[in-house]
Design a protein around this ligand. Structure first.
Ligand code: 3H9
Length: 685
């Protein structure tokens, strides 16, 4: 099948791009367009060329899979130039999500017509790039400077209506792209649509616009995009050359490699062995437990249009759940996720009750009570008796054994773990924990549900903590060891925030509540291996009744919206060092990051080795979408590939000289190094 088809309806030529799924401007598209333009230039029967696309969208950008491969001319800037230089006017019809290189093709054309529902944008910064086919040069010549810079630096698309108002579109119509192409070409012939050469329009970008954006922007990716936009003050050919040079530099950056990996990670996780299984209908859902988590899950389900029955044990708990969900939905209205008009109907789809029998007819139940295996057994035994045949019975446990929970029902094939992350109506990650007896259609239905909830579902096998929390509980210890050995906790937080984490680990602990991890440590005390170093600084803090943000004091002191270091933590650390005969030493920020990341990679490698995660990229997705991992690093195992596995092994072996119990090189890491492979090689196939 060819990507470009030309139909001559003299004096109009219709040129259709057809490259499923999203009409990315890969080599076939570029080559086909150049050939079509050459042929049409010499065809005297053609006076106007109308470009449009088949399928769900006009071109959604360059083909991202080609980045990093040897270039295959013609390149996209050249195609955009050829469109602009065409003596015969070129009309372009945009529909769906016209993004990046797709918009750049349209900017090269002489007339742009949008189809209702269109979204148009330059998302290159989300890939660590900048528009590289004239976007930074032509857009400011069509729209006001601030609008152009917002689109270039935010990566966010704008609506068709906004594009029309900004002057990016010449017209907006509600019809099929092919019909719109025919109609717009006819209007050009009649003179009712007037073709313009974008490069000839005056640049509407001002030096002030650049100053404003520079003042509020940060990071190398945005700065490069702003430099390219600044080059639009030059004559167009020079500006294009400057943009190209900056784009090629961005292609080589680690930030691009990480962000490209993140883009594919979000999509790769949907490729699961159960993908082909039939799915069950989900038209209603039940929640057991209306705490913060259960209420958050209920909110997510309601926002996705599912009616929810929530069960709690007492009237005041029912009231708490209803109030929490109401507030969550109000927040969704504020954030533009729910329309004001839809608020009442959405809340109206919620039933809160103390009668567990109300779950008899729902298609899915998600249990979200506190982490006690006995309570979970009790609930699943009841659900087994109450729920209709074929209902999916899910647990939101964050570390308990899903097989054990399933075993107390007569239908373990219907039982699955659906591990949401708090706040459940906001966080995008959903770990789908597959038990040994879980039916493939239950897994496939869970993935379908995640899509409906706009979440990124990642398949995990059963183990303590599944993918995310298991890895977290390992690498979090590395920060305690560094603290004990002399690094102030606030330095650790600052170093990791500078690396890209939204919050340092100690600030996160304060937010989550120090009492929670204290309870876990107490529970694990009896089974803790004798060789394991134990740091009790956090225990000392908890003994004062300081549990973090909720008590106003933890590692930090929280006062009237401000945060400052709790200096008493250093005193506890010194006391513990003294009792263990440890002399504090200095850690550089670099060493802090290296140790933290090495610890994360170690446990992540084990999770892959033990097949808890399907592939390394699944682990990366868990951290990107559930743990605030910096997107420009692409995830812990992409970080490992970028850093070099041999370098990481050498670091771990060095650290092992001081603590051979904690620092052990996983077999998989050794294996990859000796076979000269990377984690990325395990993502294939
Ligand atoms: C650029 O344009 C640079 C230029 O300025 C300069 C060049 C010189 N390429 O997301 P979906 C795949 S940079 C290759 O599930 P949706 C995707 O991996 C680019 N493949 O669908 C998936 O494959 P699979 C700027 C792509 O309906 C399948 O298509 N453009 C591309 O939920 C379906 O995708 C962007 O950054 C691509 N460009 O969402 C836009 N796009 O099934 C990136 C998608 O094997 N794309 N695929 O997993 C998107 O934002 C969304 O895909 C879109 C559709 C909104 C278009």
């Amino acid at each position: 099948m060819t990507a470009i088809t030309t139909i001559i309806e003299s004096p109009i030529a219709l040129v259709c791009i057809d490259n499923p799924p999203v009409n990315a401007a890969g080599h076939d598209v570029r080559d086909g367009l150049v050939a079509a333009l050459a042929e049409l230039a010499g065809n005297d029967a053609v006076q106007v060329i109308a470009l449009y696309a088949a399928g769900r969208t006009f071109v959604a950008g360059a083909d991202i899979r080609e980045f990093g491969q040897p270039p295959k001319p013609p390149m996209l800037p050249e195609v955009c130039d050829l469109l602009e230089e065409s003596v015969k006017p070129v009309v372009c019809v945009l529909h769906g999500t016209t993004l990046g290189g797709g918009l750049e093709l349209a900017l090269g054309c002489h007339v742009r017509v949008g189809i209702t529902g269109l979204k148009v944008g330059l998302p290159e910064v989300n890939l660590g790039l900048l528009p590289g086919a004239g976007g930074t040069q032509r857009l400011p010549r069509l729209v006001e400077g601030g609008t152009a810079l917002t689109m270039i630096t935010s990566g966010k698309p704008i609506s068709a209506e906004a594009a029309l108002e900004a002057g990016l579109l010449d017209a907006l119509v509600d019809m099929k792209p092919e019909e719109a192409a025919r109609m717009a070409a006819a209007q050009v012939l009649e003179g009712t649509l007037v073709p313009r050469v974008t490069a000839d329009q005056p640049n509407r970008l001002g030096a002030d616009d650049l100053d404003t954006f520079r003042a509020k922007s940060k990071g190398e990716v945005t700065e490069r995009a702003l430099q390219a936009a600044e080059a639009s003050f030059l004559p167009i050919a020079e500006g294009m050359a400057a943009e190209r040079a900056l784009f090629l530099a961005a292609l080589e950056s680690d930030a691009h490699k990480g962000m490209k990996h993140a883009f594919f990670a979000e999509r790769a996780v949907a490729h699961i062995p159960e993908a082909g299984a039939e799915t069950r209908d989900l038209t209603s859902a039940g929640i057991v437990g209306g705490g913060t988590m259960g209420s958050g899950i209920a909110t997510a389900l309601l926002l996705a249009g599912l009616p929810v029955t929530l069960v709690e044990t007492a009237a005041e708990r029912v009231a708490f759940a209803r109030d929490t969900i109401t507030e969550n939905l109000k927040g969704a209205v504020k954030r533009g996720k729910l329309s004001v008009d839809a608020f009442e109907a959405t809340l109206g789809a919620l039933i809160c009750t103390t009668d567990i029998g109300a779950l008899a007819e729902v298609d899915l139940v998600i249990e979200a009570v506190f982490e006690s295996i006995d309570v979970k057994h009790q609930i699943f035994t009841q659900l087994d008796q109450i729920c209709k045949a074929g209902a999916i019975l899910a647990t939101n446990t964050s570390y308990l054994d899903v097989n054990d929970i399933a075993a107390c029902t007569t239908r373990p094939a219907d039982v699955i773990g659906l591990h949401f992350f708090s706040p459940a109506h906001v966080m995008r990650l959903l770990e789908v924990v597959v038990g040994k007896d879980t039916a493939p259609e239950v897994v496939a239905t869970s993935f379908k549900l995640a899509k409906r909830l706009r979440k990124v579902a990642v398949r995990a096998e059963v183990c303590d903590g599944f993918i995310g929390n298991r890895i977290l509980s390992h690498y979090r210890r590395s920060t305690e060891y560094m603290q004990l050995d002399g690094a102030p906790f606030e330095q650790i937080d600052t170093a990791l925030e500078a690396f890209g984490f939204a919050m340092g680990p100690f600030a996160v602990s304060d937010l989550a509540g120090l009492d929670i991890s204290w309870a876990t440590r107490k529970r694990q005390a009896a089974t803790r291996p004798a060789a394991e170093r134990y740091v009790d600084i956090a225990d000392r803090i908890c003994e004062q009744g300081w549990f973090g943000r909720k008590t106003g004091k933890g590692f930090y002191i929280y006062d009237a919206g401000t945060r400052r270091v709790n200096s008493e933590v250093a005193t506890f650390a010194e006391a513990e060092r003294a009792s263990k005969g440890i002399t504090a030493r200095r850690f550089s920020d670099e060493e802090i990051v290296e140790r933290y990341m090495a610890a994360m990679v170690v446990e992540a490698a084990r999770v892959v080795e033990e097949k808890i995660a399907l592939r390394p990229i699944d682990v990366d997705a868990v951290f990107l979408f559930g743990y605030g991992f910096p997107r420009h690093w692409g995830g812990p195992l992409q970080y490992a590939d970028i850093t070099g596995l041999a370098t990481l092994v050498a670091r771990i072996e060095t650290y092992a000289q001081e603590d051979a119990h904690y620092w052990q090189v996983p077999g998989l890491l050794h294996e990859l190094v000796s076979s000269g492979r990377r984690f990325a090689d395990l993502n294939k196939g």
